[in-house]
Design a protein around this ligand. Structure first.
Ligand SMILES: Nc1ncnc2c1ncn2[C@@H]1O[C@H](COP(=O)(O)OP(=O)(O)OP(=O)(O)O)[C@@H](O)[C@H]1O
Length: 280
């Protein structure tokens, strides 16, 4: 049932698609070169436009580092990082990010937290006052989509963890990014809230088709959410296995209890196990 052969960059190219995100032979060392910590080595990754990918792998293998490279927060020591056809050399504006910790500012209301990126990042900042009414409308529509009611005027400390994470999600999407980077955003939530948010994010992605990279330690989550799951080796991280997850496997919540779904999770678990045993 599980197709373990993702489309290669060549196959995507022959179908007329250039990868939207492409990391080629990337290495990155933290700290002083020579005695620093080698986080990624010979790292290759290719993501199609609109694709939903998950990155899984042992703790400390370089998953968050990969997102830092893709978002332009860090540059590699060697190799290339291309997003939307351009070499990444500085923080990208087409990126939305959400993390395990919602990182909302406690003195701002939910609405003002969501509007914050538009207030401080160009080109939105310039026209912010003039276009504020449209931005507020968009924020309210996003609140609605993620199932939040009457939270606009409430402060983060008046919201549950799941509600805060939904606000954080709205903030990551308010500027309509082409690329959504999710660093374990569901990790700290209770199981039921997490499952609800999986569906929320899936629905938003199906509607808007932003290219998505999700970091997770939860293989069930990766199979339910992603079209392709990439398994990283132990540090220094590189992709050692890529697994396509057929859509038919993960349409509904009930699908998560099917034998085919369990097979896909099991196959991934084997590869993560190998990564933990043998870093080479
Ligand atoms: N700013 C930094 N300075 C020095 N070392 C760092 C820095 N950031 C990350 N590292 C190290 O680089 C390696 C990869 O870190 P990274 O956070 O990318 O891993 P990860 O796979 O996301 O980990 P986890 O699954 O535990 O969140 C780790 O050994 C980490 O300690």
């Amino acid at each position: 049932m599980v197709n373990t052969c993702p489309p290669t960059p060549e196959e995507a190219a022959s179908a007329g698609q250039r990868p939207f995100v492409e990391l080629t032979d990337v290495s990155l060392t933290y700290g002083d070169f020579g005695e620093g910590l080698l986080a990624l080595k010979d790292f290759n990754l290719s993501v199609r436009q609109g694709e939903f990918c998950a990155l899984v792998g042992p703790s400390g293998c370089g998953k968050s580092t990969t997102l830092k490279l893709v978002s332009g927060l860090r540059q590699p020591d060697a190799g290339g990082v291309i997003v939307a056809g351009k070499e990444v050399s500085k923080p990208l504006k087409i990126v939305g990010m959400a993390f395990q910790n919602p990182t909302l500012l406690p003195w701002r209301t939910s609405l003002d937290n969501v509007l914050l990126p538009l207030e401080i990042v160009e080109p939105h900042r310039r026209g912010f006052r003039k276009e504020k009414a449209q931005h507020v409308d968009r924020a309210m529509a996003l609140f609605d989509k993620v199932g939040l009611k009457d939270v606009a005027d409430r402060f983060p400390w008046q919201l549950s963890g799941g509600m805060q994470q939904r606000v954080s999600l709205c903030r990551s999407l308010i500027h309509e990014p082409d690329l959504l980077l999710l660093d374990e955003p569901f990790g700290a939530l209770d199981a039921f809230t997490r499952e609800d948010l999986w569906d929320t994010v899936k629905t938003l992605w199906q509607e808007q088709k932003f290219t998505t990279l999700l970091i997770t330690h939860d293989l069930t989550e990766s199979v339910y959410m992603a079209e392709t799951v990439h398994v990283l080796s132990a540090r220094p991280g590189r992709v050692i296995h890529s697994q396509r997850i057929p859509e038919a496997l993960r349409r509904t919540r009930e699908d998560r209890f099917s034998p085919a779904f369990a097979d896909a999770v099991y196959a991934l678990r084997q590869h993560v196990g190998h990564a933990q045993e043998d870093p080479s």
